[in-house]
Write a protein that binds this ligand. Structure first.
Ligand SMILES: O=P(O)(O)OC[C@H]1O[C@](O)(CO)[C@@H](O)[C@@H]1O
Length: 322
């Protein structure tokens, strides 16, 4: 069964024409929308989609934004001003707004027509957490609008997400500790992925390494690696290479093949090693980034411990005006 607030949003969506969908958020909340964008690109036949950082969405002001638009926003705190402002802006253009948040009493909730409150934290059931809720919403969108045949199988697969997380946690516990012990003194760590997994590399780079650990980083798209970034590679440069299960895996494999010839500090996380039993085979490529993200969070926890730098430490965020 779907999250009840997802169902309510889908009821609203089915009662009006939708020509395009905009995914709008900042930082980690934006990154968690990337797999959903990948799904929309692969599956949507009549609905165009785009993904924007909230303030860019307002300032760029897409010409196709209007009464036949669905704008899906996300802010964990509900408090990011540009995301709340983007909801207000979208509504002023006549778009239908659906916002995901952990804080139902927040500026974003106030500015949005429909709110979906997701669960969060180590005890939260995976099905009710942010990535899963996003997928429930966008797969539901293509079901109600285009009768997408994968919808029910997708929801069933998501219901097995928690067991996939539980298994991965045990399987990668030692690797997470080893990563932290080996790389705790590095000044820079790159992350690389493509397709459905790129958002995971992106959030690990900007939210975990830069924001929460103050380690220099950059998320490299595997398809762009040979168009600049590979010139930085030598045996001293650490790169976290994600390998997913989606159609773009050859890009990630090509990058890794090259890195292995000239690099020595390669941390490879391969979704082929995950036990995804209970997931539909055809949908594993969409689920892989969620498990990669979950495993990387264990890496982040271990890194923070090894460096004695809690993930909650900030210099500027929420502390000074910006
Ligand atoms: O709008 P949200 O999801 O509350 O985000 C607030 C902040 O949290 C992060 O996602 C992670 O700390 C940042 O990237 C972002 O600025």
């Amino acid at each position: 069964m779907l999250h009840p607030q997802v169902q309510q949003a889908l009821d609203a969506i089915s009662s009006r024409p939708i020509e395009n969908v905009f995914l709008v958020a900042c930082g980690g909340s934006s990154a968690l929308m990337y797999p959903s964008k990948y799904w929309l690109d692969r599956e949507a036949k009549t609905i165009a989609s785009d993904l924007y950082s909230s303030n860019e969405f307002i300032h760029r002001n897409p010409a196709t934004l209007g009464s036949k638009s669905l704008v899906i926003l996300c802010s964990h705190s509900g408090n990011t001003p540009e995301t709340a402002e983007a909801a207000k802006f979208a509504r002023s253009k006549g778009a239908l707004t659906v916002s995901l948040t952990h804080e139902p009493a927040s500026p974003l909730a106030e500015e949005s027509e429909h709110i979906i409150t997701y669960s969060y934290g180590p005890e939260a059931p995976a099905f009710e957490t942010n990535y899963s809720i996003m997928y429930q919403l966008v797969t539901g969108l293509l079901y109600v609008k285009e009768e997408n045949a994968k919808f029910h199988r997708f929801i069933q697969s998501l219901q097995n997400l928690q067991t996939a997380y539980d298994r991965a946690k045990i399987q990668f516990a030692d690797k997470a500790k080893e990563f932290a012990a080996t790389y705790k003194d590095e000044k820079i760590i790159y992350t690389m992925a493509s397709g459905a997994n790129f958002g995971v590399a992106y959030s690990f780079a900007i939210c975990i390494l830069m924001e929460m650990q103050w380690i220099h980083s950059h998320a490299i798209h595997a398809g762009e690696y040979f168009h600049g970034p590979f010139e930085i590679l030598d045996k001293y440069v650490p790169i976290i290479q994600l390998l997913g299960l989606d159609e773009t895996r050859p890009l990630e494999e090509r990058a890794l093949h090259f890195s292995r010839q000239y690099g020595e500090k390669l941390i490879v996380l391969d979704a082929k090693e995950f036990d995804l039993s209970g997931m539909d085979d055809e949908l594993k490529g969409y689920i892989a980034p969620l498990v990669l993200n979950y495993v990387l969070r264990q890496f982040a926890n271990e890194l923070a411990d090894a460096r004695n730098h809690p993930l909650s430490t900030r210099r500027y965020m929420w502390k000074v005006p910006y």
